[in-house]
Design a protein. Structure first.
Lengths: 41, 567
């Protein structure tokens, strides 16, 4: 595997893993603003 | 009186995690683990990832978020079907209702062959399970006559097994000739029933509950298989066939250029790959189909989100989960395993999802220590990925029949199942070269999503309005929605998609149309698609007429109440 291969694999996997981790962290740490959605517009 | 009070069903997701897992489960499918690695290896390795991520940022993510906004906007008004959702955004115009109805064609038809493929995964998983149980004296084989001919390290025997298993070598109708000895039809029927049973149980109690178990479980299976592949070392002892060599084959951005004798004559650079329009087309198509744009799944699921719940972060998370499965898991699993056992000789199968999944990998598991167990895990993973995807394809049609005919969920599920069984029957009958499956896949999973994505972009950006889309995303959002999103959807995603679609048509349409005249399976498939198209137009017209009547009644009632109050 070339250095270019290592770089592209690390960047690709790191980017997707990082994005998912950030999303999971935001979901678990940000409180929900829920409603019962009883009205229509 | 509100429209929902007039009898429309009121259902919501139980939690935000549930909707994210359901949407992500809908997007994560066989393509993540089988098609993506093959596309990367075929179209320039690491260089492929540049157009791939560019397409994700300017097409997949903006369009997925616009679908979340469209869906929740429709759901707030009591609509959960694509015609209702489109019509709500299109200012109540029947034209957009009919467009929504036509858009519903893709998930309806794709589900018909997806269930068939699911049954392959189920039976392969059970076959490996039977092998796992042999040491305990409980072993079994579902295909004793078929698997007797399997020879390790002989791809031709695995290919022959697969061809007989799915009825390719037996020809059209072969699966039905020996109905009781063929477990495939029974498994297909069981998979169809499982899909519809989950849909019948409802949004929170059926889809959400199942996806909360199935999506993490498929991730676990994937991680275990990757750990096994990564710890195999160099199983054949041949130089250049280690795990790292396998990774290199997939990810190296520069490729050796070979002459006719196979000698290396140079290197294809990253720029060579990036200058090739086919690489851009392949990357855009891969991410576009992987995220399930315009397959109604996102809009349908988003329509059940509560009106002040977050959809912006949920939308990004669902895309991120799909990308993680595709790039981080799919990118480490199949191609390294194939290269480790067969070297570059396996590369000829990398651009074929079925050859990779059902010929090369079973051969790999046959040679691998503990292969029965890891084969069971891998095909269980594919089965779960398929099932979570297919239920997301069934739900939009069930919602449409519920809203158009005011049927109960049970009646809608039964009606949709009946139509699906006809389509599944066509797919299972024309098994020679899997012609009906291929025809359905070309027209409904490749052609129509492009067409309707363009139409939907027009609806979102110009008819409904990019500002309304942004406002919908910002309602209850846990993250800041980029102010440029509307601009990107309007002036970047739409033109880029149009160029890619034009190039795709140029590459594919001519050959496909020329082949129809001599292909009976393609003719029957197209006739069936035509019939369904006509039926969906009628259903969406009927639904639109009903909604207009309801709106007029509601306006009349409101006026009379106002007059009474004034008096």
């Amino acid at each position: 595997m070339t250095i270019g291969g290592w770089i592209s694999m690390t960047l690709a996997i790191g980017a997707t893993t990082g994005l998912l981790s950030w999303c999971c962290w935001k979901i678990t740490t940000t409180p929900d603003v829920t409603s019962d959605a009883t009205d229509d517009e | 009186m509100s429209r929902r009070d007039q009898g429309r069903e009121k259902e919501h997701w139980g939690s935000s995690v549930g909707v994210v897992l359901a949407v992500a489960g809908g997007a994560i499918g066989l393509g993540n683990f089988l098609r993506f690695p093959g596309q990367v290896a075929t179209y320039g390795g690491g260089a492929f990832m540049i157009p791939y991520f560019v397409s994700m940022l300017i097409v997949a993510l903006p369009l997925a978020l616009s679908e979340w906004a469209l869906g929740r906007n429709g759901g707030r008004r009591g609509y959960h079907s694509q015609p209702g959702v489109y019509r709500a955004a299109g200012g109540g115009k029947t034209f957009w209702g009919v467009c929504g109805g036509l858009c519903s064609l893709a998930p309806l038809v794709i589900c018909m062959y997806y269930v068939f493929i699911e049954s392959w995964c189920l039976l392969y998983a059970l076959q490996y399970l039977g092998g796992c149980l042999k040491p305990l004296g409980l072993g079994f084989s579902l295909f004793p006559s078929l698997d007797a001919g399997l020879k390790l390290n002989d791809s031709a025997s695995y290919e022959a097994f697969f061809a007989r298993f799915v009825g390719m070598s037996g020809g059209d109708g072969s699966l039905f000739r020996d109905i009781f000895s063929s477990p495939l039809l029974l498994a297909t029927a069981a998979c169809a029933l499982a899909n519809f049973a989950l849909i019948y149980c409802g949004i929170a109690k059926g889809i959400e509950r199942f996806c909360k178990i199935a999506t993490p479980l498929l991730l676990l299976c994937a991680v275990l298989v990757i750990l096994r592949v990564a710890t195999l070392g160099n199983p054949t002892g041949v130089a250049g066939q280690s795990f790292v060599d396998g990774l290199g084959f997939m990810w190296n951005p520069t490729r050796p250029l070979l002459d006719e004798s196979g000698a290396v004559v140079g290197q294809a650079s990253v720029w060579t790959a990036l200058a090739n329009p086919e690489v851009w087309l392949a990357a855009t198509a891969q991410i576009f189909f992987s995220v399930s744009i315009c397959l109604c799944a996102i809009t349908s699921y988003a329509s059940y989100v509560k009106k002040d719940d977050d959809i912006a972060l949920s939308g990004v998370t669902a895309v991120a989960a799909n990308e993680f499965c595709e790039v981080a898991l799919g990118g480490l699993m199949t191609i390294p395993a194939a290269i480790m056992f067969f070297g570059v000789a396996a590369a000829g199968n990398f651009d074929s999802t079925f050859a990779m999944g059902f010929v090369v990998l079973p051969n790999v598991f046959g040679l691998m220590a503990g292969g029965e167990f890891f084969g069971f895990l891998f095909f269980s993973l594919l089965f779960l990925a398929g099932l979570t995807s297919s239920i997301s394809l069934v739900q939009p049609t069930v919602a449409l029949t519920q809203e158009a005919f005011r049927w109960s969920r049970g009646v809608s599920v039964a009606a949709t199942l009946t139509v699906n069984l006809v389509g599944i029957g066509i797919v299972c009958w024309f098994t020679k070269n899997l012609a009906a499956l291929d025809s359905f896949d070309f027209w409904l999973a490749n052609f129509t999503p492009f067409v309707f994505a363009l139409l939907q972009t027009v609806l979102v950006a110009w008819v409904w309005g990019a500002d309304k889309m942004t406002a919908e995303l910002e309602r209850g959002a846990k993250i800041r929605v980029p102010s440029a999103l509307g601009f990107v959807v309007k002036y970047v995603s739409a033109p880029y998609l149009a160029i890619i679609f034009a190039f795709w048509l140029w590459n594919n349409l001519g050959a496909r149309l020329a082949g129809i005249a001599d292909d009976r399976a393609a003719q029957v498939s197209l006739a069936f698609i035509g019939f369904l198209t006509a039926a969906l137009i009628v259903v969406s017209l009927k639904a639109s007429r009903r909604w207009r009547r309801e709106e007029e009644d509601a306006a009349r009632t409101e006026r009379s109440q106002n007059i009474s109050a004034t008096k």
